[in-house]
Design a protein. Structure first.
Length: 620
């Protein structure tokens, strides 16, 4: 119930702030500027630093630009009413000074914040330089010129003192108050877990500041800003800004009442003691901001390094690839956790081995050559090799080797090795290679007889022609055709015709068995036999043996005069010479086959070039 009540109270508070937040901020702006105006106006000497402009500028730098008109109204009303509260009779002067102060703040705000999304960053050195040039020097100088000119025209007095007084009081006030208030408004003052250890720092600043400004004998003032710096390092810029404002308030009170080191130094210089005090506060504030900028840069660098380390751990610990860092001697300095999923190795086990100790002996030479290339300045590359896992088996891996270079000299100082398991890929490649070989074999094989097909026949005839041409050897070709095969299909049917063709193919293979010879089916019932390095007599003999083997199988064929299946063969033999083509050999064999058919079938005929005799022989 208590937790529910706290949640409900928190929700109501957020709803109230969302509804009335602008009114509360405007009220705070009015109250702070009114109090600052009254406090400064009570000093008759007029040497107090003007802080109202710094307060208004801090609100403008943090608020959206479309709300500036509300803050200008609240600031103008606060300065005017504060001045009237101190000097009710000088209302014309109060109105003029209020308009001039608001105009000075408006000039600073427009110079520093050209866009609504551009928020102040006093820890940025470039922005701090712009703030000093615009808000501390340019805008107060412009307002001072207008004020000094009016003073000279109205009072007929020297304009130099009003000019310098306005620049110093407004410039120093803005330099001290604006960065402190911006840091205070935009910082989180809560620092969980640090108050218990460092609460003594803010507590020590209170007596140090009081003792520093209430007396002059002991120079305790030198301890103020080291303490503020420690507060900055431990609690952040918000608490350091509060500490600086506290030092300003205490120092101003004691200095106005003639106490402290600056009241004593004021009598020795032409500059008033309050101006010396504010110079001290302003310089301290800029030192705090400079230290904060360095601290912010260090924290940004630290945050970036943490992000890089986190990203590095995320990538290396969840990558399937094994990431290894090693020197050129193979000594490893880093191994990612994925080594266990790849080869079953623990990190300490792989750290104790060298890079080449797990590589297969047959692949070690290529790995050594790549390491030498990397050592000599090469850019590395991919290496496919076999590596030993913890079980002792060798598996295929892909190693992506890259040099690790020194960022200053660019020299190679080590090796980055990203190892990937490619065992499945290698298996798939082998299966694909086997499938391609089988597919290529099918593309070159006749589906019915399992002999070479016409494509394989053309390739073989062309290659053997070139070889015999080069070696000046005879090349013979046999063309075989089944006698009366159409009538065989008509009588016995096409399935029996396919069986007949298979028998003829087997008969030819029983005779032609040399490795270089080729039997091919090049048509429906037409076969071809390529016989490299075979003279005409040898070709005729092979043709007769094939015919004899076919007849010996006694395949019944009623429409054949012999009553069984027979073949006719045309033979041709050529010793290839330049200018001739393989088609010449095939034309001669086709001519001889035609002669065998015309002679009555079951014949072996030979046809040769004009300078060679033709042969014709009846198959026995």
């Amino acid at each position: 119930m208590s937790r529910h009540l706290k949640l409900r109270t928190h929700t109501n508070a957020r709803r109230f702030l969302r509804r009335h937040g602008l009114a509360l901020r405007l009220s705070g702006c009015f109250g702070a500027i009114f109090a600052a105006t009254v406090a400064v106006g009570l000093d008759d000497s007029g040497n107090l630093v003007w802080v109202a402009n710094g307060l208004l500028l801090s609100y403008l730098l943090l608020a959206p630009r479309w709300l500036w008109k509300h803050y200008f109204t609240a600031g103008f009303a606060a300065i005017l009413l504060g001045g009237l509260a101190v000097n009710p009779d000088g209302w014309p002067k109060c109105i003029a000074l209020s308009v001039l102060n608001v105009a000075e703040v408006a000039l600073s705000a427009f110079l520093l914040r050209k866009r609504s999304t551009q928020l102040p960053r006093f820890t940025d050195q470039r922005y701090l330089f712009r703030f000093t040039a615009c808000a501390v020097l340019a805008a107060p100088t412009a307002a001072a010129i207008v004020f000094a000119t009016a003073y000279w025209l109205w009072m007929r007095g020297s304009p130099w003192y009003p000019l310098l007084s306005w620049i110093t009081t407004d410039g120093l006030g803005t330099a001290v108050v604006a960065p402190a208030c911006v840091s205070l408004f935009s910082s989180h003052l809560k620092q969980p877990g640090r108050w218990k250890s460092y609460w003594c720092l803010p507590a020590a600043l209170i007596p140090i500041t009081l003792v520093s400004f209430c007396q002059v004998r002991v120079p305790v003032i030198i301890l103020i800003y080291p303490t503020v710096a420690l507060i900055l390092f431990r609690f952040g810029l918000g608490w350091a800004s509060i500490s600086t404002l506290y030092v300003n308030a205490v120092g101003s009170w004691f200095t106005i009442h003639g106490l402290g080191p600056f009241a004593q130094m004021g009598s020795a210089f032409s500059v008033g003691p309050t101006i010396l005090l504010q110079l001290y506060i302003a310089s301290g504030m800029f030192l705090v901001l400079a230290a904060a900028s360095v601290l912010d840069a260090l924290r940004s660098t630290e945050h970036r390094l943490r992000e890089i380390v986190s990203l590095h751990n995320l990538v290396t610990e969840n990558s399937r690839d094994v990431i290894i860092l090693a020197d050129f001697d193979g000594n490893r300095s880093y191994v990612s956790a994925s080594a266990a999923t790849w080869g079953g190795w623990r990190r300490d086990e792989l750290m104790g081995t060298t890079s080449l100790s797990l590589v297969h002996p047959d692949d070690r030479g290529r790995a050594e050559r790549m390491l030498r290339d990397l050592r000599s300045g090469g850019n590395g590359g991919l290496l496919e090799c076999r590596a030993r896992n913890k079980r002792g088996d060798f598996v295929w891996v892909e190693a992506n080797l890259r040099p690790v270079r020194d960022p200053t000299t660019g020299a190679s100082i080590g090796i980055l090795n990203v190892v990937r398991d490619i065992a499945r890929r290698k298996k798939a490649e082998l299966e694909l290679k086997t499938a391609n070989a089988a597919l290529e074999a099918l593309s070159l094989t006749d589906a019915l007889t399992h002999l070479a097909n016409r494509r394989r026949y053309d390739q073989c005839l062309s290659s053997e022609w070139r070889r015999c041409l080069r070696e000046k050897l005879p090349l013979s070709l046999l063309l075989l055709d089944v006698d009366w095969f159409k009538s065989y299909n008509d009588t016995y049917g096409h399935p029996r015709g396919d069986v007949c063709l298979k028998q003829i193919a087997e008969a030819a293979q029983d005779v032609v068995f040399r490795p270089g010879d080729l039997v091919a089916r090049i048509g429906g019932e037409e076969f071809a036999v390529i016989l490299p390095n075979t003279p005409a007599a040898g070709a005729i003999e092979v043709a007769e043996q094939i015919g004899s083997q076919v007849r010996h199988r006694k395949l019944p064929h009623n429409t054949n005069p012999l009553g069984c299946v027979t073949i006719s063969v045309g033979c041709s033999t050529i010793v290839p010479s330049p200018g001739q083509r393989p088609s010449t050999l095939m034309q001669l064999a086709d001519k001889a086959l035609y002669a065998a058919k015309h002679a009555g079938r079951n014949w072996v005929c030979g046809a040769y070039l004009e300078d060679e005799p033709e042969t014709s022989r009846k198959a026995s």
